[in-house]
Each structure stands twice: as C-alpha cells, then as structure tokens.
Design a protein. Structure first.
Length: 407
C-alpha cells in the first residue's frame, strides 16, 4: 500500500471515528446544556470583568475595549444588541447584595463544571479533582483570564499609538479574533480534561475549531441578513433566539474540536490496528504480563508509552481495558511515577485461574504479532488441556524455549 492510499484510508477512518464519538458521547446534548448555562453565566461573568477592571484604573479603558472586542468578533449580527442588554443587567447586578451576587455567580461555576464534564466524557476520563481545586481553577479563569486579555489590549493600545505601526496594527486587529479563539480552545483542550493531552493534538483541535468558528460566524451572519425569517416571526425579540442558536452552534464547534483532539490521542482508527481481533484478548493480557516479567528480571518498571509502543498493533482502548482489568485483579500495579510492574511472582499464579477470571476466548490461531503463542494454542486444543495446568511463569518459559529453538 503506497503512502497516498494509506493516508486516504487513515483519513477516512479518522473521520468516521470522529463522527462515531460525536454521536456516542451525545455531544450535541452537552452543547445544548452549555448554551443554556453560558447564557445564565454571561451577566455574572461580565460583572466580574467590570469589577476587576474598575478596581485598576490603568485598565479602565481596556475593560470597554475588551467588551467591544468580544461582542463585535464573537457574536455575529446581534452582538451590539446583546451587549446593551447584558451591560444593563450588569449595572443592576453590581447594586445587589454580596449574597445575591454570589448566588448569581454560581451560574458561572455551573457552566465551567458542565464544560469540564463534557470534555472529560469526550476524553474518556473522569474528574478526580477536589472541589477546592476546581473552584480555585474556575476562579482563576474567570478573573485572571479577562485581566490578562485586557492587559494585552491596553498594552497594544499604548504600543500602536505611533502611526509607524499602523500596517502592523491593521494586520493584528484582523488576525486577533482567530488567534484569540485558537489560544482559548488550545488551553481548554490542554488543561480542562483530567488527563495528559499532547500539546500538538490540542493545537490541531484548536486550529480546526478556530477556523470552523470563523466560518460559522460568516455563515451565520449571511443567513441572518439574507433570510430574515426570525425578525418576521419574533419581531423585536428576534435577538434572543438568534443568540441562543449561535451559542448552541458555538459550543458544538468547541466540543467537536475537543472530539478531534481526543480522537488524535487514540490509535483505534489508525490502519496498523485494523487487523486486530478481540478473540486475541487473552494473548494481549499474556503479552502484557510477559513484558512486565522481563522488566522485573532487569529490575525495571514499564511506562504506558513503552507498553503502547511494544503493543502498537493493539488499539489503545483495548490496551487500556486490559491494563485496567489486570490492575483490578491485582496481577499488576503502578508505581508512584505511574509505571507498571508485576504485583505477584508469576510462579504462584496459574494460567487456569487467569483464563477463567477473564472469561477469555482461546483462539485457534494466533495473530501474526502473537505467533510465539501458537504452540501453546495448539497444545490447548489437544484432547488433554495440559496448558491450563501450568503456572503463568512456566507458560512464559515454554514460550522462551520455543523461541530459542526457532532461532
């Protein structure tokens, strides 16, 4: 298979995997929930932004510039109207008591918590962060994020007062919305999921989401101006459903970018794992134990990266499932650094127990990458099931002896 055909096949498999994950993770439903909570959190978020900036005279102008920047570049067609409504609500919210303000501020926490849950589901991870850690992270994002962006805008305003920088300023102003959204998406995909994400995969997902976001803005603006059906039906209230639709569309794009990042992190769609068959599951478990056994003889542990590299022909979801099973059954454990090692001497564990505990199917023929196990499979399918009587360590010794004989 030449490189072009291989790339095309991988690309097709990748697209199908993204669509499958988008459907199975109920991403559209999560986007609906986020659109609703984001609408509720808009007022407290802007209240925090105005409060933080008003406490720092240096950034007072930057506060208004940042608000204008957000609504002009990230809310097509209805941005100015929505901005007027929200700023009116902000003025009222600032006059509320501290208790009421905190009650309203909870909606911002709900939005970020909903986003974290959605991304953890997309990345096949669970949130193990403590509530205190979560609240600290949310508070930092809600306060430091606007402060840093506003500070950048204030600094750029001072820098570009010189007319000599006019061409550079025009370029940066036109590119800033795409760069800002790409940076925001990159940080979301890299930090929010409760697992380690490769930065290059997060960057690719962020670029895709930022480009789609810009295209969606232009398409949405074209639709609203060309087909004014909402204005005819809702009249002066048309801004509200249009804004809700845009919020729903935006969150779909953000979560789709997360799905692409998560899919890039997996190997199940790649061509080199397509020949894997689940009837080889027992051999995957045996090979994991054999790798850890050899590392144990050398006084070493084995990292997940090393395991996935040695078992590159096994889809990552299958590998993760068997590692989890072996850990739960106390065959293996992890070190403080997260590396894998044997928990017991394999001489004390018999193959029959391993086989029955996992309800495994024993294949008649081993796959090419597990060919060293074929003599054992042949022995099993004899009338006398002698292989089941061996300890796991004896099984591996037989494999090693057979391999040495072949050499």
């Amino acid at each position: 298979m030449n490189k072009v055909t291989r790339f095309a096949t991988n690309l097709k498999n990748f697209c199908f995997e993204v669509m499958r994950r988008y459907r199975d993770d109920e991403t559209s439903l999560a986007a609906s929930s986020l659109a609703y909570t984001a609408l509720l959190s808009m007022v407290p978020f802007m209240s925090v932004l105005v409060t933080v900036f008003s406490a720092m005279p240096l950034f007072e102008d930057a506060s208004q510039q940042l608000q204008d920047f957000i609504f002009e570049n990230f809310v097509p067609t209805t941005g100015a109207t929505i901005q007027q409504y929200i700023l009116g609500f902000v003025d009222k919210a600032r006059g509320l008591t501290v208790t009421m303000f905190l009650a309203v501020f909870v909606t911002s926490i709900l939005m970020m918590n909903t986003m974290e849950k959605a991304l953890n589901r997309i990345f096949d991870s669970t949130s193990t962060r403590r509530i205190r850690t979560k609240l600290t992270m949310y508070w930092a994002v809600l306060t430091m994020g606007p402060l840093l962006v506003g500070g950048g805008i204030a600094l750029s305003s001072v820098l570009f007062e010189n007319s000599a920088f006019a061409p550079v300023k025009n370029f940066i102003v036109s590119a800033l919305p795409v760069m800002a959204s790409m940076l925001a998406f990159f940080l979301i995909y890299l930090i929010v999921p409760n697992r380690k994400v490769k930065w290059k995969h997060a960057l690719m997902g962020a670029i895709f989401a930022a480009v789609c976001f810009e295209l969606a803005k232009k398409g949405f603006a074209l639709y609203v101006t060309s087909i004014p059906s909402y204005q005819k039906v809702y009249g002066a209230l048309a801004t509200i459903p249009l804004f809700l639709i845009w919020m729903f569309l935006s969150w779909n794009i953000i979560l789709l970018g997360g799905t692409i990042t998560s899919t890039l992190e997996t190997s199940r769609w790649r061509l080199h794992v397509q020949k894997y068959n689940s009837n080889q599951r027992l051999l995957v478990v045996m090979e994991i134990l054999n790798i850890l056994r050899r590392a144990n003889f050398a006084g070493k542990t084995v990292s997940y990266a090393e395991l996935s590299g040695l078992l590159y022909f096994v889809p990552d979801n299958e590998l993760n499932q068997q590692l989890e099973w072996l850990t739960e059954r106390h065959y293996i454990t992890t070190s403080n650094s997260g590396d894998y090692l044997l928990r017991h001497d394999l001489n004390t564990l018999d193959f029959k127990t391993l086989y029955r505990n996992g309800h495994f199917k024993i294949p008649v023929k081993a796959a090419t990458n597990f060919s060293q196990y074929q003599p054992l499979l042949d022995q099993y399918w004899q009338p006398v099931e002698s292989m089941l009587k061996h300890s796991i360590d004896e099984v591996f010794e037989l494999i090693d002896n057979n391999t040495d004989d072949d050499k």
